[in-house]
Design a protein around this ligand. Sequence first.
Ligand SMILES: Cc1cc2nc3c(=O)[nH]c(=O)nc-3n(C[C@H](O)[C@H](O)[C@H](O)COP(=O)(O)OP(=O)(O)OC[C@H]3O[C@@H](n4cnc5c(N)ncnc54)[C@H](O)[C@@H]3O)c2cc1C
Length: 429
Amino acid sequence: MKEYYDVIIVGTGAAGLYCALNLPERKNILMITKKEADQSDSFLAQGGICMLRGEDDYEDYFEDTMRAGHYENNKKAVDLMLRSSNSIIRDLLMREVDFERNEKGDLEFTREGAHSQPRILFHKDITGKEITSKLLAQAQTRENIEIVEYMTMVDLISADNICGGVVAMDEQDEIYEIRAPYVVLACGGLGGLYKNSTNFPHITGDALGIAMKHGVMLENIDYIQIHPTTLYSQKPGRRFLISESVRGEGAYLYDKNGQRFTNELQPRDLLSQAIFSQMEKQDTEFVWEDMRPLGETAIMKHFPNIFSRCLEEGFDVRKEPIPVVPAQHYFMGGIKVNLGSRTSMQGLYACGETSCNGVHGKNRLASNSLLESLVFARRAADDILFGKKPEPCRAGAVDRKAYEDRENLMAGYRTVILNEIERMKKSHE
Ligand SMILES: Cc1cc2nc3c(=O)[nH]c(=O)nc-3n(C[C@H](O)[C@H](O)[C@H](O)COP(=O)(O)OP(=O)(O)OC[C@H]3O[C@@H](n4cnc5c(N)ncnc54)[C@H](O)[C@@H]3O)c2cc1C
């Protein structure tokens, strides 16, 4: 790792990788990540990635996104995402991402909750892995991109609201001061702050705490999505997601008496509420999800990952319902950015789940987040290339003592975020 780069990108999920790949090869780029490069939530995405299916679909797709978001979405951001989706998908296909096709060789589309029609591309039930592993492999072969694993950003370097780089630490608590005129925060969500979450536990919203320390503006950080259906388990650790496309393809939910109790295809927040209130009414810790209506062939073709994971937990989804419970899943709020993914600090960008450009409003429509990550990561790259240049950052040497107690420092960020979420919640009441 060097002392100076043209661009530093924090995070190796879909957003970070796609931003790096959209910058020219003459730019020296450093990417850092807390764990191994493939340990990001982007790798976990199951259901798929949305795309606009021609002009005929525009109004419906726009309305589905707005309705799911309780009409709090930024309409310009939604329009931009929809209009950019075809070029993003074309680019992914050129990067050899493999999506499901029918016997004629045309792309096949599935449907998830709150979508008025099928518009989701998928690769079995491991779409995120298919997309992100291809992006990662390409980034690893680019000479201008250096990827450093087990390197955690613990602070930003800034002066006069101009960003000049990051302070990072390795696993041995060695401190690194790394400078660049552009820093992109692509640090994902904050599921690691919750006991029950589908996210990797190391994704703890660090960028938000660090942004707050530097007075960078945040938005709607109390907008946290609970996914209605994760496999119930008494074991600690990450909750396994039962993708919404399972319900989109025809699975039912039952209460403890084996009765359907709600519309399985309503938006995630409403369905989670319906499940919670059913659990309370019947004093249970879960409800049941029945994949049998899909039939064995569809289960094995479309959902092999869910099938084998449930089998490991002792459930054969071809023959019996599985216990499911809602859990923290996604973060709609984040570091406030404009449509070029610029934050309120010069030279500092944010994209992917860490950022809030308002596209999701109060609640994300299923399979809009991979698309959003890619669209606005590319816009960050465009803005770095073509936008107004930041002024030089005049920050001097960092005070290394401030980072010696790493545990305390990171715990402090977590507390600040949780307090701010509570404060925002109250202000939205
Ligand atoms: C189980 C599951 C299923 C999903 N299914 C879908 C789906 O079907 N369709 C869809 O559109 N979306 C889905 N999502 C959401 C989607 O995967 C994410 O919103 C999206 O991939 C976020 O990408 P990202 O690049 O912003 O963050 P991530 O992919 O989470 O990457 C974050 C990166 O930041 C790094 N990082 C964090 N903090 C630091 C730090 N302090 N220092 C250094 N590095 C740091 C992490 O190590 C990681 O590399 C799903 C999410 C989950 C968890």
